[in-house]
Design a protein around this ligand. Structure first.
Ligand code: FES
Length: 130
């Protein structure tokens, strides 16, 4: 079996939603101290919905594929759903990642969480009550 699924290769070669949102409503940035990879997420929020999302990832192919897939999974979703996105869901949507690359999908989950935290710190009244 190939090391990486076709979906991973596709999102690595043609990442969706790459870039910066200049007037973003929220920005999250995370890094992995071990590998040194960095991921930045920009969110545009309309009401309670993630209306747009872009990312910049300085990292490995799996991190790029994970961020690309993560942006696709939360775009158009309510904030509450975006906040529930797990790295497992990202990896599953990519048809799997090798075990030693799972931490790359964790970075995507954390980047979204970090962006949402930024948003809730600016708009505490929007924070979903779980
Ligand atoms: Fe660090 Fe992939 S090797 S995020």
């Amino acid at each position: 079996m190939a090391l990486y699924s076709e979906k991973v290769m596709d999102h690595f070669r043609n990442p969706r939603n790459v870039g910066v949102i200049e007037d973003a409503d929220a920005v999250g940035e995370v890094g992995n101290a071990k590998c040194g990879d960095i991921m930045k997420m920009y969110l545009k929020i309309d009401g309670d919905v993630v209306s747009d999302v872009k990312f910049e990832t300085f990292g490995c192919g799996s991190a790029i594929a994970s961020s690309s897939m993560a942006t696709e999974l939360i775009k158009g979703q309510p904030l509450s759903e975006a906040g529930r996105l797990t790295n497992k869901a990202v990896a599953e949507a990519l048809d799997g990642l090798p075990d030693y690359k799972m931490h790359c999908s964790v970075l995507a989950e954390q980047a979204i969480r970090s962006a949402l935290e930024d948003y809730y710190s600016r708009h505490p009244e929007k924070k979903p009550q779980n």
